[in-house]
Design a binder for this molecule. Structure first.
Ligand SMILES: C[S@@+](CC[C@H](N)C(=O)[O-])C[C@H]1O[C@@H](n2cnc3c(N)ncnc32)[C@H](O)[C@@H]1O
Length: 267
């Protein structure tokens, strides 16, 4: 089996196969949150760390005006190419979600599968929430999904495996935590992806580094951001009828953040 170099994010075709097939539950949940929690209509959307835009282009197809950014130029090219292929403008750009500006605020934004935890420091996390506050209009939403580190309970999940298929492409993926330093707040995960096409098989072995958050650390971070209020919290079952309470045992959460009227002060 051929082993590819670089991270999975450098291989958008394979990234999109591994994560792109699993979009419908998130799409329906996000759409329901826009209706339920935003003040005013949601017509424009922004996704920081959008990757291949597996959700963005589906929202474009559903009639929303979409835009996004990502640090990885391969992902941005892939995303813009797909938008253009479906006759939408190429509105995704290379940028750092810790510090960016949009020319016009949007109605809502989303960031669902731990990308926020790629920001390694408190300064970057705060910079991100400040940039997002300038990017979303008052009454608009930011839906932020991430795994928390539980401080109670013993049913802690530290690995997962799944398989995906699209046409004659198939992939198996395995993600496992191999290093957890709660003092320095760093989680290191190994990800192995095996892709099978009719003519070849390729393997990508990646190391993903995430900042850790306990429920309390996240609560304090959000409390420090006067531009955001927590309108509701859910888990990764993505059921808008089943809000959850975040506590010391919570492992996965989507915060529905609503933009307050508080103006953004630049750092
Ligand atoms: C797990 S992927 C998620 C992609 C997409 N949001 C999705 O749901 O499929 C994480 C993405 O975060 C991007 N990323 C990491 N750090 C970033 C940063 N500082 N600014 C912008 N994007 C970043 C990576 O390039 C990658 O595309």
């Amino acid at each position: 089996m051929e082993q590819l170099s670089g991270t999975l994010y450098d291989h958008p075709v394979w990234y999109d196969l591994v994560f792109g097939s699993d979009w419908k539950a998130e799409f329906d949940f996000l759409s329901a949150c826009f209706r339920e929690f935003a003040r005013g209509k949601v017509k424009s959307l922004f996704e920081p760390a959008c990757g291949t835009g597996r959700l963005l282009y589906r929202f474009a197809k559903a009639g929303y005006k979409v835009a996004g950014l990502d640090l990885n130029p391969f992902a941005v090219d892939f995303c813009n190419h797909r938008l253009q292929k479906h006759q939408f403008p190429e509105t995704v750009f290379v940028g750092d979600m810790a510090n960016f500006t949009l020319s016009k605020p949007v109605d809502a934004a989303f960031n669902t599968i731990n990308s926020f935890r790629h920001l390694q420091t408190e300064r970057q996390a705060r910079g991100h929430l400040r940039s997002m506050a300038a990017a979303v209009r008052p009454g608009g939403l930011y839906l932020l999904g991430l795994h928390l580190t539980p401080t109670e309970g013993d049913d802690i999940c530290d690995e997962e495996s799944w398989s995906s298929r699209r046409g004659n492409l198939a992939a198996t993926s395995h993600l496992k935590t191999f290093g957890l330093d709660l003092d320095d707040r760093i989680e290191r995960c190994r990800m192995e992806v095996n892709v099978y096409t009719p003519t070849k098989s390729v393997r990508i072995i990646d190391e993903l580094v995430f900042r850790t958050y306990t429920a309390d650390q996240m609560r304090l971070l959000l409390k420090s951001q006067k531009q955001w209020e927590v309108a509701a919290t859910f888990d990764f079952s993505y059921n808008v009828r089943l809000p959850v309470e975040v506590d010391a045992e919570t492992q996965d959460v989507v915060y529905v953040l609503r933009r307050t009227a508080e103006p953004v002060k630049r750092a």
